[in-house]
Design a protein around this ligand. Structure first.
Ligand code: BGC
Length: 758
């Protein structure tokens, strides 16, 4: 038996290792050979990534780009898709250029390609890594069938300030959860072999710290201590790299006074030398050029700095294309700098199999079969409903009976356009299921009467801005009072009001920072009038960020956060409203009571004057006019059933520095419906050489329990999980006391303690 095992091991070693070496070796030989034929201009051309716009009527090919492609001055393009449009450009590259080097085709496939899934913040709220990976896998299959081989996703920027519109594009405030989401996304996009036709390259962005923009204003300055950076922000990028992300995108912000795009420490020392990243780095849109405005130098200087820092590909700005040759002549950069960048891009093309089949098997048939298939839509429905979060449900108002009389009210109730959210680039909102349609599908016997009730917003300046960028908001010109009266009238004749309110999709996402986090005034007025009817109100929210919902929480009996749920959002909402699905999502950003609390996050540090709830205790770290804690804490979300937690049973109160201990809890479904629960484990390091957060997520499990069922869960704790970056940026676990918390969210937990021994 042992001999057989040894023989097997020897054979597999003998076959697998050399096979790997020869695979890389073959690639190196191929690329070295190719590069030996390339002119300097052609090498620089590979570093150029222009955008070739596309709209519903077909590709808008700028003559300039076409010409550059033919001359070999383009390494890839983005914003072009469909088999026909991709084929046209790829043919140009492989038939009409001197060296026939195929192009990369990139695109912002962010939360689905054409079958749109919930926005990333929603996806993360499912806490279901299989669902997250599945959404990315389907996105990759659709995108690759549509000619793409590269997505600018995942965005893994930790964000703790809901004013920042791009909080919608990430996984929330926690680096531990964010790392799992990052890994799942990369796996989903890339599969296990990039050369397969249905795999696309992931691009982890925005490297780094983009989510910490001061005051939540997009593109704003970031300033952060190294320990904060290492302990609280970098982990998800690292996780994506470890999962094999093929590319990295730089961020717009500065880090330690140096813009990310010209930051050699970031792009070379950390990313390549410390983390071992082997792929290529692309800038964000014109990010090199923007460093001129940061005050770093003129375009030639910043282009040279970026190349030397470790940028390989220049998105749109053409700083590389137009200045790098001059910088070489002036000896500001070396031939090796250019060769390295060029080689990395060619390697990516090689790994994608583009030199074997530049079209990667695209065809109209494949696209038609793959895109928006019934199976993909079904997956979107399932994933969408698992992302939604029940924030409140007094007296079990939800779920509703399927033969109830519903007053369906609100500017988002019979709305398709906003369902797919921001960055749903190739998504077609006309394919989205509205809440109205979803209710009709799920409860055909319910009586549904609809009134818009109000406009999404009354602010004409904001409206103008949103509509200038595709908002498509159609303003009802009736006076507000008339619209409200109509809604109230319908409400009076119904058993329950379902009010669908929130943001239009353009109110969150890129360049969509807000200084207020309330529901817009017009919607609040409507809600007040609806509540005055005395009929029970279910508030279904659609929005891309945590909102400040104190008033709503105080007055509305049931609140469901549905995010922007994607193509199948309406069906998913209806599945929850009528109890065909028991909500299981948990928020991954704290929801504030008021915008003034932002940035607000659970894993904060303690102060020397912690507030203990006594308002007459003046000299404490607190506000005069609002509590410190959030309205809904990180990890919070209700279910139609109830879960109870036993006390924590810990296998030992002491943890050896090379050992492990086990924390066990029993979770029981004590309600009368089957349901899922996200069991969360947090740890606090009581004393450290640097101050430590009051709680950090260190484990979670999403489990399904039938009504009445219990499950024992074991969390293994090792010193590895207790490590953090100390003042010297060494990753250490320090002996001493720890608190351990397990529960249903970051606030409602059971507690135990243990000591890490020397
Ligand atoms: C965004 C990126 C995006 C890029 C390309 C930029 O403005 O910051 O996230 O990938 O545009 O569309």
């Amino acid at each position: 038996m042992l001999r057989k095992l040894l023989l097997f091991l020897m054979i597999s070693l003998a076959t697998s290792v050399p096979a790997q070496i020869s695979k890389d070796g073959k690639m190196n030989v191929f690329i070295t050979n190719l590069m030996s034929k390339m002119t300097l201009e052609e090498k620089i051309g590979q570093l150029n990534l222009p955008s070739v716009g596309f709209d519903v009527t077909g590709p808008i090919l700028s003559r300039g780009v076409e010409d550059k492609i033919k001359r070999g001055f383009v390494g890839g393009v983005f914003n072009t898709y469909t088999p026909a449009a991709v084929r046209k450009l790829q043919e140009m590259a492989v038939n009409q250029t001197r060296l026939k080097i195929p192009l990369l085709f990139g695109y912002d496939v962010i939360h689905g390609h054409k079958t749109i899934f919930p926005i990333a913040l929603g996806l993360a709220s499912s806490w279901d890594m299989n669902a997250v990976e599945r959404s990315a896998r389907i996105a990759a299959r659709e995108a690759s069938a549509d000619g793409l081989n590269w997505t600018f996703s995942p965005m893994v920027d930790i964000a703790r300030d809901a004013r920042w519109g791009r909080i919608s594009e990430g996984a929330g405030e926690d680096p531990y959860l964010g790392s799992y989401v990052a890994t799942a996304m990369v796996r989903g996009y890339q599969g296990n072999d990039l050369s397969k036709n249905d795999a696309i390259m992931a691009c982890v962005k925005h490297f780094a710290l983009y989510g910490a923009a001061e005051a939540g204003r997009d593109y704003n300055t970031v300033d952060m201590s190294p320990v904060k950076m290492y302990n609280e922000y970098l982990a998800p990028y690292k996780a994506a790299i470890d999962a094999g992300a093929a590319t990295v995108m730089t961020s717009f912000n500065e880090i330690n006074g140096v813009p990310a795009t010209t930051n050699k420490w970031l792009l070379t020392d950390l990313l390549r030398k410390q983390w071992g990243f082997k792929g290529f780095v692309v800038t964000d849109y014109t990010a090199i050029n923007e460093t001129v405005a940061h005050g770093v130098g003129n375009l030639q200087e910043v282009s040279a700095l970026s190349l030397k820092a470790g940028v390989d590909m220049d998105m749109v700005g053409e700083g590389f294309l137009n200045t790098v040759k001059r910088s070489l002549e002036e000896k500001k950069i070396t031939q090796l700098d250019i060769d390295l960048a060029c080689r990395r891009i060619l390697e990516a093309k090689y790994k994608l199999g583009l030199f074997d089949d530049p079209y990667r098997g695209i065809s109209e048939e494949r696209a038609a079969n793959e895109i928006l298939s019934p199976a993909n839509r079904q997956a979107a429905r399932e994933i969408s409903r698992s992302s939604m979060v029940l924030l409140k449900n007094n007296a079990q108002l939800l779920p509703l009976n399927k033969s109830v009389r519903i007053a369906l009210i609100g500017p988002l109730a019979n709305n398709q356009r906003d369902m797919i959210g921001s960055w749903s680039a190739a998504g077609d909102w006309k394919k989205a299921v509205s809440v109205m349609q979803g209710i009709k599908n799920v409860a055909p016997n319910a009586s549904v009467r609809y009134a818009k009730g109000c406009n999404i917003l009354d602010d004409s300046s904001l409206l103008k801005q949103l509509n200038a960028f595709g908002g498509g908001i159609i303003q009802d010109t009736r006076p507000a009072a008339q619209m409200i009266n109509e809604a109230v009238e319908i409400a009076r004749q119904s058993d329950v009001i379902v009010a669908v309110l929130g943001e239009s999709s353009g109110m969150s996402g890129e360049a969509a920072s807000r200084s207020e986090l309330n529901l817009p005034g017009s919607q609040r007025q409507l809600l007040e009038a609806l509540l005055q009817t005395g009929k029970p109100v279910v508030l279904v929210l659609m929005n891309g960020r945590p909102l400040a919902l104190q008033w709503e929480n105080d007055h509305v009996p049931a609140i469901l956060e549905s995010w922007f749920g994607g193509t199948e959002a309406g069906n998913a909402v209806a599945d929850i409203l009528f109890g065909d699905y028991n909500p299981s999502g948990k928020i991954t950003n704290s929801f504030p009571r008021s915008v003034g609390q932002e940035p607000i996050y659970y894993n904060h540090k303690n102060t020397g004057r912690p507030y203990a709830g006594n308002v007459m205790d003046k000299y404490k770290s607190r506000y005069l006019d609002v509590e410190n804690d959030p309205l809904y804490p990180f990890g919070y979300g209700l279910s139609y059933t109830r879960f109870s937690y036993s006390d924590i049973n810990i296998s030992s109160n002491t943890l050896q520095n090379n050992g492990s201990i086990t924390a066990t809890v029993t979770v029981s479904n004590v309600g009368n419906r089957d349901g899922e629960e996200v069991v969360q484990m947090y740890i606090r390091d009581m004393v450290g050489s640097i101050t430590r957060p009051v709680k950090e997520l260190k484990g979670f499990r999403k489990i399904f329990l039938k009504a009445g069922e219990s499950q024992q869960l074991r969390f293994v704790i090792t010193p590895n999980q207790l490590r953090f970056y100390n003042a010297d940026l060494n990753f250490v676990a320090e002996p001493g006391d720890f608190r351990l918390y397990i529960g249903s969210n970051s606030r409602d937990v059971k507690e135990a303690g243990f000591t890490l021994l020397k």
